[in-house]
Design a protein around this ligand. Structure first.
Ligand code: ZN
Length: 198
């Protein structure tokens, strides 16, 4: 494994190139927590591009040495258009660490309570944010795909990465017809996103 130190004085859109193809790599923050993880499928790749929305010192860990890094301003996606709200359970929400049915998280909109499984702590920060935002989406929609879109928008608006949303969906859903439906909706909707600079 190779380590490369990335010092960011401000948030940045990072282009990283590797000496040869890698199947995956990860980026740790100063505390050693996974900030970003990328798995290339079906083919390995020699470069990637991603947002880092907080200044600081990061470590890129990869199977091949980093050949070079280019930094530009953070890129923001335009928000995905959302369907009309189905219901509204706005108001303060209580976050409770409690494992319910081995699912990463769940929400009871009427009680305004979100239950978080501590398993999510071992996933990248953006994945945790995605999961929490998805649950908060249930304040407005019962449908999973609506909450996925809501979460994608939240992550993208904060300068997070689209791939992180995909990663979260892929890791936390089972291979069921409903999973395939969610992924399909996800792909359909990301096609509508334009890249724009702020
Ligand atoms: Zn849900």
């Amino acid at each position: 494994m190779y380590k490369y130190t990335l010092k960011l004085e401000k948030p940045a859109y990072v282009t990283v190139g590797f000496k040869s193809e890698v199947k995956n790599f990860s980026v740790l923050n100063r505390d050693g927590k996974i900030f970003y993880i990328r798995e290339f499928e079906p083919e390995a790749r020699t470069f990637d591009q991603f947002n880092v929305n907080e200044a600081g010192i990061y470590t890129i860990i990869s199977g091949q040495p980093v050949a070079g890094v280019k930094l530009t301003g953070v890129r923001y996606h335009k928000p995905i258009p959302m369907p009309k709200k189905h219901w509204n359970f706005d108001g303060p929400v209580k976050m409770i660490w409690k494992n319910i049915n081995n699912s990463p998280a769940c929400m009871i909109p009427k009680k305004r309570e979100v239950y978080l499984n501590s398993m999510i702590k071992s996933y990248p920060i953006g994945v945790c944010n995605f999961v929490i935002a998805h649950e908060l989406g249930h304040r407005y929609w019962p449908d999973e795909w609506c909450c996925d879109l809501y979460a994608i928008n939240k992550v993208l608006r904060s300068g997070g990465n689209l791939y992180t949303c995909y990663y979260a969906l892929e890791k936390f859903l089972n291979r069921s017809p409903s999973k395939m439906e969610r992924i399909k909706k996800f792909i359909e909707n990301i096609r509508k996103i334009d890249y724009g600079r702020q």
